[in-house]
Ligand binder design. Structure first.
Ligand code: PHE
Length: 407
């Protein structure tokens, strides 16, 4: 029964104290926008796939990268976090940030969840494209379901060295050593290994960015941290005068490869968000548009050749209306609980939720939050009376389900 189980696609799971998936989120599972013909995410998927198919081939011309785009989004804690060396107290594991189906299963928070399995299956070069899920704020660039493309490339010592050196010059070079772990490298890697992997990774991704965003795009690399890569970087592109992060990547942690049975290889990995890329590429102003059923949106992407240049033209922009809600929060409250509640009731009529006031009473020690909810649907007008009705439902549900005290 629905009280004791959760059904996701064709699978049924036992509910437990960790379960926090909402009906709104579950209704999105299986949409597979990235596999829908003429959808902008599908066009972008084709562009990325074709880029790798065309530019990375074996001697007789067949592609080296395998593309996997149909893995279901429910994964185990082991796949999503443990296999990737994510620390037990890392924020990404918190139920305030992640959708738990139950204590053993989550909706994947990233496509990296499939790295280990695919390597164990013997894949040395692959792309994984799929829907990923994160509890998050509500605005024009965040939606709790989005899509990622993961890329992994492994090399044997010889494959890595031969890419830059002749047989004679390779003499004496190695990729493994037992050295210290320092900011520049992992303990089992040589500096030479990292230099070669870093160059190959950055070259591969810069080339991809230039293919997708155009030759003239400016790029820069920024050092960063991921539990599963070291060293790690983010790629930023200059878009409308500002630097924007478009992907994360790095040298794969050797322990992941060792555990997956590829201990004789080294590798790099990257992950990028398809919506982010598509919004820049096609000038799509709001992430909810990817879920639009409106022909005014979809018809603009009806092209048989994914390379056709497209710039999205807003069909009709409907007016916004907004309402504020203020309440005292209980002890166990997290903002994402409220955002999920709003998403569930407001559905795709809510454009943004902003925390506009966060106040702690000096004597009582209680905290009050005030949120401004902006209502606007992508495909039709929402009038103030309709917004007021939804706002009343949200207020009532916040009182009943989150135990807040409305001021
Ligand atoms: N999984 C990371 C994310 O979702 C991206 C990433 C993938 C980073 C692979 C490094 C290597 O943010």
């Amino acid at each position: 029964s629905p009280e004791t189980t959760v059904t996701v696609g064709s699978q049924t799971y036992a509910r437990d104290e960790m379960t926090n998936v909402t009906p709104h989120i579950l209704s999105k599972v299986g949409s597979n926008l990235h596999n829908r013909k003429y959808h902008p995410l599908n066009l972008l998927k084709q562009r990325i796939r074709d880029h790798f198919y065309k530019n990375y081939v074996k001697p007789r011309g067949n592609p080296i990268f395998t593309v996997v785009d149909d893995l279901p989004p429910v994964v185990t804690i082991e796949q999503c976090f443990d296999s990737l060396l994510t620390p037990k107290d890392h924020v990404s594991r918190k139920p305030s940030d992640t959708y738990y189906v139950n204590r053993h299963h989550v909706l994947r928070t990233h496509t990296s969840a499939h790295q280990s399995d695919l390597i164990r299956m013997g894949c040395d070069q692959f792309l994984v494209i799929g829907d990923v899920y994160r509890r998050d704020t509500i605005d024009k660039s965040h939606y709790p379901v989005f899509h990622q493309c993961e890329g992994v490339r492994l090399f044997t010592e010889r494959e890595l060295l031969i890419s830059k050196f002749s047989e004679q010059d390779m003499e004496g070079l190695t990729v493994f050593e037992q050295g210290p772990r320092i900011p520049a490298k992992q303990a089992p890697h040589t500096q030479d290994a990292v230099v070669l992997l870093e160059a190959d990774l950055k070259w591969t991704l810069t080339r991809l960015a230039h293919d997708i965003f155009g030759k003239d795009i400016e790029t820069q690399w920024v050092d960063c941290y991921f539990p599963f890569t070291h060293p790690s970087w983010e790629l930023e592109i200059k878009y409308k005068g500002e630097w924007l992060e478009v992907l994360g990547c790095g040298v794969m942690e050797q322990e992941i490869l060792n555990e997956a049975g590829a201990g004789n290889k080294v590798g790099w990995a990257f992950g990028l968000g398809l919506e982010r890329w598509a919004m820049k590429m096609y000038d799509i102003p709001d992430i909810r548009l990817f879920w639009s059923q409106d022909s005014g949106f979809l018809s603009q992407f009806r092209v048989d050749d994914a390379n056709t240049p497209i710039k999205y033209k807003p069909v009709s922009v409907h007016p916004q209306c907004y309402n504020d809600i203020s309440f005292w929060i209980p002890d166990n409250y997290t903002e994402n609980d409220f955002y999920d509640l709003v998403r569930g009731l407001g559905s795709d009529m809510v454009e943004q939720v902003e925390l506009i006031d966060n106040f702690t009473h000096p004597k009582k020690g209680r905290t009050s939050h005030c949120y401004r909810i902006t209502y606007r649907h992508m495909d039709r007008a929402v009038h103030q009376e309709e917004a007021n009705k939804i706002h009343a439902l949200i207020t009532e549900a916040a009182i009943n389900n989150l135990a807040v005290e409305v001021r």
